[in-house]
Structure formats: structure tokens, C-alpha cells
Design a protein around this ligand. Structure first.
Ligand code: FAD
Ligand code: 2HG
Ligand code: ZN
Length: 472
């Protein structure tokens, strides 16, 4: 980076806001799984939306690419530089103020660097719920959630991040700051511009703040682990639960036995709450904002019928918060546990909910045709059609053997997804991991429209090059 550009950035951001030393920048330049590593001329840490915009203007004038970063918990290498272009990594971590909570509009205005768990806690203190919830909520930041259109465990009930955002403030690549911090539930004045930025993975601009929706806080919830004979039972159980509880299903997560075993192996203190192992499990959470609905009794009343029908083989209902947390730990622990199980190929995919059982059977067959030694760890948000179809490669493989399997396995999974009218990225985005693959699964028209939008907003191609579009 030319000294004059560096001086300009230091003057704008104060010396504390520009980091160049290898030791200090290292943690920003690699993802949490240690798979993606990149290089940057500097890490920028602006302290306000105005500073973000100013930094983008300086970078654009100097032809420097910008990679935005929130909590760096992404799964697809989106927040780490991936090209040789002169690049600045722009961390939003200092923009962490909650600007306003309005309990009449039921909104919260937050800066992009707010940690998701802090937003949830602030909502709770205001006797409200911010329903976005995912395993990384203690580290991920709302700007990153918005940029990836994060999903998580409550999508079934509250929708994706895109459904939870009412307004955005965005710094555009040329340094213009767009204030779209509206809190309107109805606004049909042309294109919904905020939706362009939600899920754009930092390729169109930098989200600096957002207005998010709040909901009534649940007063009663039920958390249970149910053993089921096969994934198909999950769909019947979901239908029955929705009907019987008046749609109070807040989460329903599918795990195959292998996932429970991984959590038991790696989550400290984890144990199997049931006496025998079963083929598959559902983690169910019911929640209601009313205190007098008797959800627990409703659920307990339904269980004998589900067991008689052979849909539920065994189960346990959490008797208190600690038990609920330990059941959730079995589910949330799978991702971290997988890190210790060997080389993984992660596939975050979705198919129509009704097709999940057939998809799983077909994908297992397709994978076995490539290699019978691969371990399949499928789990996920069954209520919204999202399966995390992870593959663990055999430990005996050397680097060449691993590489030889990577593409055939990925195509076996994604081609099956495609045959089931699914998506090769349900909630994690494309980042750099899937930027090349997407050309195989989206239509030429869709790809061309995406490129036109990119060209219109970022004509110099400086925003997060190499992400979403492979050519950067
Ligand atoms: P980062 O990883 O820092 O960035 C992600 C992308 O957003 C990058 O492309 C980056 O350039 C861009 N970006 C970040 N901030 C901004 C900004 N302010 N403006 C513009 N672009 C920006 N994801 C789910 O969807 N559902 C889950 O259930 C889920 N569970 C997870 C569980 C674990 C244990 C882990 C480690 C991750 C999980 N994830 C999940 C993935 C990840 O947490 C989400 O993608 C999250 O939304 C990323 O937020 P972040 O702040 O870490 O973003
Ligand atoms: C989850 O739902 C995350 O836990 C991560 O989306 C999934 O590890 C994975 O593949
Ligand atoms: Zn997930």
C-alpha cells in the first residue's frame, strides 16, 4: 500500500484503527476452521459508520480491494482475503453500539459489529425476543449475519435474517453512506434496496447498522429429545406438533446417531440421555409468549399417540433450563466436534421439506458410489428443509488421495441436491468455497443478472473479490 494511502487511512481512523504487523493481523487473516488463509496490506478497524465510508472512499481511489469482516465465524471463507489483489481487511468489531430499542415499534437499531448474543440479551432485558439463534451466536456479529442472510434454528417460526431486518445503513464502495434505517412494516416505494445487500456477502457494500424486528418474549417453552426410527418420521411428527400446539414449534432439528456420538465424544460433560442408541433423533423446542397455554401438558399428551404409531421410539423432556441446555449442547456440539474427526467436506444444502427423506437416501447412495469409506454426518434444520450433509474422509488418505475425492464427492452431493430441486447453499452463503461451484447449478440468466447487479454497485470490483463470483 502506498505510504500516502496508509497515512490517509491512519489520519481518518487514528493510528489504533490501522494494523499492519504480521502478529497482530494474523487472527483476521484466517478463518476459524484454519482452512482459508489470506493476505492483506492492512487491517482497518473503523469506529463509526462515517469512518467506514471514509475508508472505502480512500481504498477506492487507491484501487485497493476491501474484505469486510464481522465475527469471522463464517463457513465458506467469505471474510478472509482470497485473491492476490492489493487488499485491506475491514473489521466491523469496533462498531458495537446498540443505538436504540423501541418497544412500541418493536425494533432495535444496532451497529454492524454488535455480537448476536448481546442483541438477544438486550432484547430479553426489554422483555422482547430477537429470534435469530445459531451455534456461533457468542462470536458472530449482526453485520455478518445480515451479509450472509444467516438462518439458524428458528427459521421455521421466524424466518431467515432477511425476514428480521427492517432497515439498513450501508457504506457503498465509493464511500457514500446510504441511510436506509427505516422501521416501516409496509413500504412499497419501488425496489426493496436493503434486500440486495442482505445475503450479498460483502460484495456490494459494507453494512454499518440495521433496524431489526423484535417479538414477544416466550413465557413457556418445552425442549425434548425424541428418538425416531428414520428421517421420514420427522415430517409426520412436525405436522402433528404444529397442528396440536397451534404452530408453537420454534425449532425442530434432525440428527442421525453418528452426530450424537460425535457430540458425546467431544462436548465436555455430554452424555446420552436415553438408555439405548437409536437410528435418528429430533430435538424439539416448543415456545409460546403466553404463560397459560400448558404447552408441556399438550406435548406430553401427544407423545403416547406418536409412540403407538411407531413414530417416536423413546424420548426425554427437559425438566429445567440446565437439562434443556444439555440437550441443545448435543445438537450444537456437532459442528465443533466434527473439527476433531478428520478432514471434512461440508455441504450446507436445502431441498423442499417433503423431499428430505428421499434426498438423504439418494445422497447416501451417490456418496457410496464414489467411496464407501467416507463417513456421512447429516443433521440440521429439518423443519425448513436445510440439511448439513457433512462428509468425513478416511484418515488413511494422503493429501493427493484427499484431493482426488474432493470434487467427485462434492458433485455427487450437489448433483443429487439439484435433482431434488434444492440449493447448494441453504444458509452459509457461497464465499470462496462455493464461488466456482455455483456456475454449475444456477442458470446462465440468474448468473448474468447477479453480475449486472454487481457491476452496477461495484463497477471496479473492489468489494470482497473472489467471493460469490469466482473470478473476483
Ligand atoms: P463473518 O464470518 O465475519 O463474515 C461472513 C461474510 O459476511 C463474509 O463474506 C464477510 O465479508 C461478510 N460481512 C461480514 N460483516 C459484514 C458487514 N458488516 N457488511 C458487509 N459484509 C459483511 N450460519 C447459519 O446461517 N446458521 C447456523 O445455524 C450456523 N451455525 C453456526 C455454528 C457454528 C459453531 C459456527 C462456527 C458457525 C455457524 N454458522 C451458521 C455460520 C456463521 O456463524 C454465520 O454465517 C454468521 O452469520 C457469520 O457472521 P460473522 O459475523 O462471523 O461473519
Ligand atoms: C449448524 O446448524 C451450523 O450447526 C453448522 O449451520 C453446520 O457444521 C455444520 O455443518
Ligand atoms: Zn445450520
Amino acid at each position: 500500500m502506498a505510504q500516502t494511502t496508509l497515512d490517509e487511512l491512519r489520519q481518518l481512523l487514528t493510528p489504533r484503527g490501522v494494523i499492519c504487523g504480521a502478529d497482530e493481523t494474523a487472527r483476521y487473516l484466517q478463518d476459524w476452521r484454519g482452512i482459508f488463509r489470506g493476505q492483506a496490506l492492512a487491517v482497518l478497524r473503523p469506529g463509526s459508520a462515517g469512518e467506514v465510508a471514509g475508508a472505502l472512499a480512500i481504498c477506492q481511489r487507491a484501487g485497493i480491494a476491501v474484505v469486510p469482516q464481522g465475527g469471522n465465524t463464517g463457513m465458506v471463507g467469505g471474510s478472509v482475503p482470497s485473491t492476490d489483489a492489493p487488499t485491506a481487511l475491514l473489521s466491523l468489531e469496533r462498531l458495537d453500539a446498540i443505538r436504540e430499542i423501541d418497544t412500541i415499534d418493536d425494533t432495535m437499531t444496532v451497529e454492524a459489529g454488535c455480537i448476536l448474543a448481546d442483541i438477544q440479551a438486550a432484547a430479553r432485558e426489554a422483555d422482547r425476543l430477537f429470534p435469530l439463534s445459531l451455534g456461533a451466536e457468542g462470536s458472530c456479529r449482526i453485520g455478518g449475519n445480515i451479509a450472509t442472510n444467516a438462518g439458524g434454528v428458528h427459521v421455521l417460526r421466524y424466518g431467515m435474517t432477511r425476514d428480521l431486518v427492517m432497515g439498513l445503513e450501508v457504506a457503498l464502495p465509493d464511500g457514500t453512506l446510504w441511510n436506509g434505517l427505516r422501521r416501516l412494516r409496509k413500504d412499497n416505494t419501488g425496489y426493496d434496496l436493503k434486500q440486495l445487500f442482505i445475503g450479498s456477502e460483502g460484495t456490494l457494500g459494507v453494512v454499518t447498522a440495521a433496524v431489526v424486528k423484535l417479538f414477544p418474549r416466550p413465557r413457556e417453552h418445552v425442549v425434548a429429545l425424541l428418538a425416531i426410527p428414520e428421517p421420514a418420521a420427522a415430517l409426520t411428527i412436525l405436522g402433528r406438533l404444529r397442528q396440536a400446539t397451534g404452530d408453537r414449534v420454534a425449532a425442530i432439528e434432525l440428527m442421525m446417531r453418528v452426530g450424537i456420538d460425535i457430540s458425546i465424544r467431544h462436548v465436555p460433560g455430554a452424555r446420552d440421555p436415553l438408555e439405548a442408541p437409536y437410528p435418528a433423533y429430533l430435538l424439539v423446542e416448543l415456545a409460546t409468549p403466553r404463560a397459560d397455554e400448558g404447552l408441556a401438558a399438550l406435548f406430553e399428551g401427544l407423545l403416547p399417540e406418536l409412540m403407538e404409531a411407531g413414530l417416536v421410539l423413546d424420548g426425554t423432556i427437559a425438566a429445567n433450563e440446565a437439562q434443556a441446555e444439555s440437550l441443545w449442547a448435543l445438537r450444537e456440539g456437532i459442528t465443533e466436534g466434527l473439527q476433531h474427526e478428520g478432514i471434512q467436506l461440508k455441504h450446507d444444502v436445502s431441498v423442499p421439506v417433503s423431499r428430505i427423506p428421499a434426498f438423504l437416501a439418494a445422497a447416501d447412495e451417490a456418496v457410496a458410489r464414489v467411496s464407501e469409506a467416507v463417513r456421512i454426518v447429516a443433521f440440521g434444520h429439518v423443519g425448513d428443509g436445510n440439511v448439513h450433509y457433512n462428509l468425513i474422509l478416511p484418515a488413511r488418505l494422503d493429501a493427493a488421495g484427499t484431493e482426488a475425492l474432493r470434487e467427485p464427492l462434492t458433485h455427487a452431493v450437489y448433483d443429487t441436491v439439484s435433482a431434488f430441486d434444492g440449493s447448494i447453499s441453504a444458509e452459509h452463503g457461497l464465499g470462496q468455497l462455493k464461488a466456482r461451484e455455483i456456475a454449475r447449478y444456477k442458470t446462465p440468466l440468474e448468473l448474468a443478472l447477479m453480475r449486472r447487479i454487481k457491476q452496477a454497485l461495484d463497477p471496479d470490483g473492489l468489494m470482497n473479490p473472489g467471493k460469490v463470483f469466482a473470478d473476483g
